[in-house]
Design a protein around this ligand. Structure first.
Ligand code: GKR
Ligand code: MG
Length: 422
């Protein structure tokens, strides 16, 4: 083992960045979105980066695991997982076939630290992360426009200037939002976040977008906000309109019911969220496309394993997103480049975010895709001034876990969050 490679320090910094008032089935985004930034520092002073959720549960898990990783060699990913597992999950690795309570927390924490360890491995070897992961099968990773109905401004004083996207509640406003997404970033696929209004209204929005963009594949994602009966009622209106229908209903069983009648593939980032869910997913024929997410599937190598299972079982693979910054986008892009069957453009909230934590500012989509970062490892480095400012936001904003429902009740006091909403 070369000297100086071992982990000397692990830093976990919670941050908060500006987030617009985007609507979804659970309510509306708060003015600040939370993330955790991970720095794994070697004896020689190299820094591996990771980014994940900043909610208090995840933050507490990351902080609990961090000291246990000191002394580890970044190539020993099984050792990293074992140490995390011992802290968060008792002493035994849960069998993948049987999702056990705590598995997701281990996967989230491991996913965050694994990216940082892989970043270090790439830096040791002087190669980009996609090379370490077996090599790129594409030079650019396509992303989709991610449309949200939104309010013009947050309730009360968010403490910063209002975003420049404006209100988007009418069909015409949503078409305008699409135009800006497509003209600014060149996106070639379009996803509408649904579950906000009656399905028929959202389908009208989709039709308006279809008229303006006849060739762009479309998706809608009500986040389990529709009942089976509602979904079956509106399915005929969606015939021929969608490349996939994402999480119309909230359980695997319900998705299985819908799949029997659906003419389009069903996709999910809600009902099949760990390897142990795959046997039942297949048995029910509930889902045809899994939206992978290295933040909760257990890292970049797990994402590749999921991609491989997709090939074996004929499932399509796409990628899920939450509000995030450039370290997450770099990681998604590095792994996305290595998945032969990433046959759909990946989701990303990135265009909605104006803040950044990486040096050089925002990464740039061109022609709807992100070119592979070329530096060693992840290919991005930290802007320490930005990190300090975003950490100060975290300390000041008072938000410690995402709560879109309470935020929504500031706008509409009688708003109910029960699902299915429709
Ligand atoms: O940011 O409002 C949002 C999304 O609804 C997010 O929370 C979802 O996790 O984007 C996600 C999805 O595809 O379900
Ligand atoms: Mg989704």
């Amino acid at each position: 083992m070369a000297r100086g490679m071992r982990v000397a320090e692990v830093r976990v910094t919670p941050i908060a960045f500006r987030d617009p008032p985007l609507l979804n089935v659970a309510g509306v985004h708060e003015p600040w979105a939370l993330r955790s930034i991970i720095e794994v520092v070697t004896e020689d002073g190299l820094v591996g980066l990771g980014e994940t959720y900043g909610e208090e549960v995840t933050l507490a898990d990351l902080l609990a695991c961090a000291p246990a990783l000191v002394g580890v060699v970044p190539f020993d990913l099984n050792g990293v997982r074992r140490r995390i597992n011992e802290i968060l999950h008792g002493h035994d690795e849960a069998p993948a076939m049987i999702p056990a309570s705590g598995t997701r927390r281990v996967n989230v924490a491991f996913g965050a630290f694994e990216v940082a360890m892989l970043d270090l491995q790439g830096q040791f070897a002087g190669v980009p992360l996609h090379v370490l992961l077996g090599g790129a099968v594409r030079e650019r990773v396509p992303y989709s426009a991610y449309l949200f109905y939104k309010f013009a401004r947050h309730h009360g004083d968010s403490g910063y200037p209002t975003d420049d996207w404006g209100e988007a509640l009418s069909h015409a406003q949503m078409v305008d939002q699409t135009r800006r997404m497509v003209s600014d970033y060149g996106f070639g696929s379009i996803k509408l976040k649904g579950g906000v209004f009656e399905p028929e209204y959202e389908i009208e929005t989709l039709r308006a977008i279809r008229s303006a963009f006849p060739d762009h594949p479309l998706r809608i994602d009500p986040n389990g906000g529709w009942s089976v009966a509602t979904t079956l009622r509106v399915l005929p209106q969606l015939d021929g309109l969608l490349e996939y229908l994402e999480d119309p209903t909230g359980t695997l069983e319900e998705m299985g019911e819908v799949a029997k009648q659906a003419s389009m593939p069903l996709a999910t980032n809600m009902v099949t969220v760990e390897f142990g869910h795959i046997p039942k997913t297949l048995a029910l024929g509930a889902v045809q496309v899994i939206l992978s997410d290295h933040h909760y599937w257990g890292g970049l190598r797990s994402t590749q394993q999921l991609g491989h299972l997709g090939r074996v079982f004929g499932l399509g693979i796409s990628m899920h997103s939450n509000s995030h910054l450039g370290i997450s986008l770099a990681a998604m892009t590095q792994v996305g480049a290595t998945l032969p069957n990433l046959t759909y453009a990946a989701d990303s909230h990135y265009p909605w975010q104006v803040d950044e934590v990486i040096a050089g500012g925002k990464l740039r989509f061109e022609g709807g895709a992100l070119a592979l970062p070329q530096g060693p490892g992840l290919g991005v480095t930290l802007d320490r001034t930005a990190l300090a400012a975003l950490h100060a936001n975290f300390l000041a904003c008072g938000i410690r876990r995402r709560d879109d429902g309470s935020e929504m009740r500031k706008h509409q006091p009688d708003w109910q969050g029960a699902r299915p909403r429709f």
